[in-house]
Design a protein around this ligand. Structure first.
Ligand SMILES: O=C(O)C1=C[C@@H](OP(=O)(O)O)[C@@H](O)[C@H](O)C1
Ligand SMILES: C=C(OP(=O)(O)O)C(=O)O
Length: 441
């Protein structure tokens, strides 16, 4: 039976208790492999996310001639080949479900002397790529998408890149990172200006690999032609995965949970701010610096949540957490309004429409808008129902948490892609008290 038939079945009730460390940060894991590959020397990565998305990046790097050892339990050793050491791949690079892999690799491959093709699954093949191919073309790259601007992407290598100054029309860390990676190969300076702060892991990690990056307000610049020095990367637990349990524990009376060693880079903590504005009881404990990134343990207990108008400036800082936040809003007292989040429509699914449909299936009044949603919280429980995740990992895990505030079971279809970002989700969720089972639909 195809794995897309995997479904989750959540029974109502229960609460979340204990201490857990969710898997490694997806964004940092991707970058550790890419920069490790381009560095001189051997990079040791610990805490690496062994989910399908980051493994797609790892396989792509192997196909480009980089030796990458997977030593178990998130320990990966990357034998860097230097900025000029990649080799032409023998076949198209299949990046599965991973937008980050495709967009960052498009930048990286634009600077190579060989041709390459990037493909993905049905979801990735619908996602917009002109946001990277446009500015890469301005840098002198020869790069094509389909006429719709979707994958596959064909990169014709061998051209000379030149640095540009680019004002991003959308706040996207993937676009910023793609241009910085291409900028490593460009003559002169590449500068990217963002309309609002987005995750800055690329800039931080480049600095960790000894590459000079200048940051000034909303602009980041680097000069091409430098080299990267291998280093150690300790990947913190992914706040985007922790977010599901922050929401679940907030919704279920009796919950008391500690999420260990979570990355709390300020460009990622919008979910904590938003949930606290809604009344959540979240404590950041023992904040510390690990390899250029901040980490902390997060304690979360049950709290009565209320609806809010989500400040637009928090949107890029919580962009992947909205499916979970919508579930919190559905169980909260009063109305929650989100605006300025049209980007949610071009993720692994149209997260505004798919969440609205799922919430309707659970009896919640949720009105999608062009750039957001209005959710009328029930002030307690929602109904159960049958929800379709459309193969979107974050939708599947968000509705799994909804079981903690539903009156009857919730069945969620098409959940296999949870493995892209959170392998072991079912086991960990069961261990801390969620009444969830996975099965073939
Ligand atoms: O750079 C990254 O690692 C990511 C950036 C974000 O995408 P956008 O750049 O499209 O906002 C985010 O949604 C994605 O999960 C990971
Ligand atoms: C949008 C996401 O990832 P990507 O763009 O890498 O597919 C996500 O993980 O929520």
């Amino acid at each position: 039976m195809p794995s897309s038939k995997l479904s989750f079945h959540v029974s109502p009730g229960g609460c979340l208790k204990g201490r857990v460390r969710v898997p490694g940060d997806k964004s940092i894991s991707h970058r550790s492999i890419m920069l490790g590959a381009l560095a001189d020397g051997v990079t040791e990565v610990t805490g690496f996310l062994e989910g399908a998305d980051c493994l797609a990046t790892l396989q792509a790097m192997r196909a480009l001639g980089v030796s990458v050892e997977t030593l178990g339990q998130g320990h990966v050793r990357v034998h860097g080949v230097g900025v000029d050491g990649l080799r032409a791949p023998a076949a198209p690079l299949d990046l599965g479900n991973s937008g980050t892999s495709m967009r960052l690799m498009a930048g990286l491959l634009s600077g190579q002397p060989f041709d390459s093709t990037l493909t993905g699954d049905a979801s990735l093949s619908r996602r917009p790529m002109r946001r990277v191919t446009g500015p890469l073309t301005d840098m002198g790259a020869s790069i094509e998408t389909t006429p719709d601007g979707t994958p596959p992407i064909h990169v014709h290598g061998g051209g000379a890149l030149r640095g540009i100054r680019y004002d991003m029309p959308v706040a996207s860390a993937q676009v910023k990172s793609a241009l910085l990676l291409a900028g490593l190969y460009a003559a002169g300076e590449t500068c990217v200006r963002e309309p609002a702060p987005t995750r800055d892991h690329t800039e931080r990690m480049l600095a960790g690999f000894g590459y000079a990056v200048e940051r000034d307000g909303n602009q980041v610049c680097l000069r091409g032609g430098g080299r990267l020095r291998a280093t150690r990367v300790d990947v913190p637990a992914d706040i985007s995965s922790a977010a599901f349990f922050l929401v679940g524990a907030s919704l279920a009376p009796g919950s008391q949970l500690v999420l260990e060693h979570v990355g709390i880079n300020p460009t990622r903590t919008g979910v904590i701010d938003i949930l606290r504005m809604m009344g959540a009881d979240i404590e950041v404990m023992g904040a510390r610096e690990v390899g250029g990134e901040s980490v902390a343990d997060l304690r979360v207990g049950y709290a009565l949540l209320h609806g809010i108008d989500i400040p637009e400036e928090l949107v890029p800082l919580a962009i992947d957490e909205f499916p979970a936040i919508f579930v919190a809003a559905a169980c909260a007292e009063g109305t929650t309004r989100l605006t300025g989040a049209a980007e949610l429509r071009v993720k692994e699914s149209d997260r505004i429409q798919v969440m609205a449909d799922g919430l309707h299936a659970c009896g919640v009044d949720a009105q999608p808008t062009t750039d957001g949603i209005v959710i009328l919280g029930t002030g307690g429980h929602i109904q159960g129902g049958n929800v379709d995740s459309h193969g979107d990992h974050r939708i599947a895990m968000a509705f799994a948490m909804a079981g903690l505030c539903s009156t009857s079971p919730i069945t969620i279809a098409d959940c296999a892609n949870v493995n892209t970002s959170f392998p072991g989700f079912i086991d960990m969720a069961q261990r801390i008290g969620l009444n969830i089972k996975a099965g073939e639909a």
